[in-house]
Design a protein around this ligand. Sequence first.
Ligand SMILES: NC(=O)c1ccc[n+]([C@@H]2O[C@H](COP(=O)([O-])OP(=O)(O)OC[C@H]3O[C@@H](n4cnc5c(N)ncnc54)[C@H](O)[C@@H]3O)[C@@H](O)[C@H]2O)c1
Length: 354
Amino acid sequence: MTVNYGVIGTGMMGCEHIRNIVQIETASVVAIADPSERSLGWGQKACQGRFTPDEYTDYRDLLARDDIDAVVVASPNFTHIDVMRDVFGTSKHVLLEKPMCTTMADSIELRTMAEKHTGMVWIGLEYRYMSPIMSFLNELEDNVVGDIKMFFIREHRFPFLKKVDNWNRFNRNSGGTLVEKCCHFFDMMNLVVKSKPVRIFASGAQDVNHLDERYDGEVPDILDNAFVIVDYENGARACLDLCMFAEGGRNEQELVATGSGGKLEVTIPEGVMTKAGRDYGKFTTQKIAMDPRVNEVGLHHGASYLEHLDFIHCIEENLDPRVTVEDGLLSVAMGIAAQESIARGAPVQLEELL
Ligand SMILES: NC(=O)c1ccc[n+]([C@@H]2O[C@H](COP(=O)([O-])OP(=O)(O)OC[C@H]3O[C@@H](n4cnc5c(N)ncnc54)[C@H](O)[C@@H]3O)[C@@H](O)[C@H]2O)c1
């Protein structure tokens, strides 16, 4: 069986998806849709001559085709809800890029529509498919640190890249930095802690990046650094340290889980995992190799490739999605709660939003 894909939005991430699908024998890209002719050109180029998809400037013409099994939605965050309303008018499988939506109202509407959809709905929270993170999660499954009490994620990276029409410069388009970027990390926290997030306290600001930029006279309003603390129902706590003017550092991400029995750390992109029990100074380090199945490393350390392998597997075997609408909704809610906490200068209870 070949899975025929249509890709909606062929900017940076849509092309990343296409380059990954090109490397999968049992998949094909038969159509692409984007209002920008320039982006359609990028999409065609990303097919590297293996496919010559039909082009549409209106994604609804792509959705009208019966020969498309699955669509990838990689248009800007604020467009997801409208595109998904139309996707839900079909029975196609869908991989919707993160963040699922930019507001709670849209996320809840999307969840209601998804419950009735006959195709599979998968949210593109693909950091869980990075090889070092997969190894980290597998080790935790083996209970190497005992009961997890604390989970820490540091992302120190480069500023937001330029996007088509600069949509990511404003909270109203992206949902805000802690939704747009950090939904990945909130999802990771939920995977690691395996409990319900109940309360979020955050401090953050836009201190350095984009302050000298103007779009129709308007200064971007997106956060570039924050600390976020999440309290879980089971008493565990998680913390995110985000800095987007730290591209010179050694690693972009560092994850640390600590429990009653020890500590597990991993770094990305170095892929060094450090394991320790409670004996003073006794730790082991291990270099995590790229998963051998990865044919396309791409922009996310092979994660998009493995995400598509799993997406296709779930379609072929008629399985439930591995990354669900509920995962997507919770990760958005946590980002919104963190931003609300910064605005209020006080903790926010998740139940206020959910
Ligand atoms: N999973 C990840 O790690 C990851 C990484 C980057 C981006 N993303 C997500 O991918 C999505 C796209 O981001 P990007 O970086 O590719 O942005 P981009 O600006 O590079 O590309 C977006 C494309 O969508 C097109 N577009 C705008 N409105 C559209 C519509 N109504 N229908 C179809 N196409 C439309 C634009 O013309 C542009 O070509 C966003 O949701 C973003 O958050 C995810």
